[in-house]
Each structure stands twice: as structure tokens, then as C-alpha cells.
Design a protein around this ligand. Structure first.
Ligand code: CMX
Length: 131
């Protein structure tokens, strides 16, 4: 398991990317729409890990609700695993809760699934795997 990315929720993707590109001196990836997750994302790559910036695609996006409730800031931490079904089974055996029954498609076409933050010190954990 390795750290894949940290997700930061922002209201305006271009404004956030412009800010971080200027502060870090790094170029961001192009935007990707992840329609069924209700977000548009872009990445800044830092070594083997990335920072993912997420902006809502509409008012019904879960990220729009997050921004209304908590404002901009850290949204999730994503760990890359080799065998997603095996990791899900391992966590379930230990009694951990997932926020969906099955993985779905995330950025870059990866399989992604989220775990309940209350069991992880308030952090929304994402497990992701390449397909
Ligand atoms: N950080 C901390 N806590 C959070 C949270 C966050 N980002 N988002 C939700 N929670 C909390 C909620 O307050 C709630 O707590 P309680 O049960 O105590 O009330 C709990 O977690 C469950 O949240 P919910 O919104 O009720 O759960 P849903 O099943 O409706 O939503 C969720 C699941 C969180 C995954 C979804 O709302 C979400 O954020 N979707 C966007 C996921 C995303 O980032 N997609 C981008 C994919 C790109 C990629 O990385 O590949």
C-alpha cells in the first residue's frame, strides 16, 4: 500500500491550481471531469504521490455539500493498493465500514472506494487501484 494522493476540496479549480503552481513552482495536470462522483479534478505530482484538487460540478455534488459545511480544505487521503477486492475483504473482516457496497470509477479510471471517517480519526480514506 502506498500513498496515492491527498484530496483538497476547492471552490474554484483554476484559482487553486494557479495559487499552488505559483507557490510550489510545479505545473498541474489537465482537468478531468469525474461525472458520477460530481467533481472536476486536477493533480499536482510530487514524487510518487500527488495532490488532487477537487471542485464540485454542481450544487448536488457531495463536494459542494462538504464545502458548504466545512469550507475549503483537506477532503480525503487515498491509498493505492494492488488487490482492491482483497483489501476490502481484509478491512471488512476487521469490522471497518465502507460508504458504498462496491468500488466505483475515480480519476484516471482507477477503481475507488471510500471508508467511513469516524473510524479513521476523522479522515475520509479512499482505497484505489489501477485497472
Ligand atoms: N471528511 C471527513 N468526514 C466526512 C467527509 C470528509 N471529506 N465527507 C463526509 N464525511 C462524514 C460525514 O459528515 C458523515 O458523518 P456522520 O456519519 O457522522 O454524519 C460521514 O462522513 C458519511 O458522509 P455522508 O456524506 O453521509 O456519506 P455519503 O455516503 O452520502 O457520501 C462520500 C460518501 C463521503 C464518499 C461522498 O459524499 C463524497 O465525498 N464523494 C466524493 C468522493 C470524491 O472525492 N471523489 C473524487 C474521486 C476522484 C479520485 O480521487 O479518484
Amino acid at each position: 500500500m502506498t500513498l496515492d494522493h491527498i484530496g483538497i476540496a476547492v471552490r474554484d479549480l483554476d484559482a487553486a491550481l494557479g495559487h499552488y503552481e505559483s507557490v510550489l513552482g510545479i505545473t498541474s495536470s489537465s482537468h478531468q471531469r469525474v461525472e458520477h462522483q460530481g467533481v472536476e479534478v486536477a493533480f499536482i505530482e510530487l514524487g510518487d504521490s500527488k495532490v488532487e484538487f477537487l471542485a464540485p460540478l454542481g450544487d448536488e455534488s457531495p463536494v459542494a455539500k462538504f464545502l458548504d459545511k466545512r469550507g475549503e480544505g483537506m477532503h480525503h487521503t487515498a491509498f493505492l493498493v494492488e488487490d482492491l477486492p482483497a483489501e476490502i475483504a481484509r478491512f471488512k473482516e476487521q469490522g471497518y465500514q465502507f460508504l458504498s457496497e462496491e468500488p466505483s470509477v475515480g480519476a484516471g479510471g482507477k477503481q475507488v472506494i471510500f471508508m467511513h471517517p469516524k473510524e479513521h480519526h476523522g479522515v475520509l480514506l479512499e482505497l484505489c487501484a489501477k485497472v
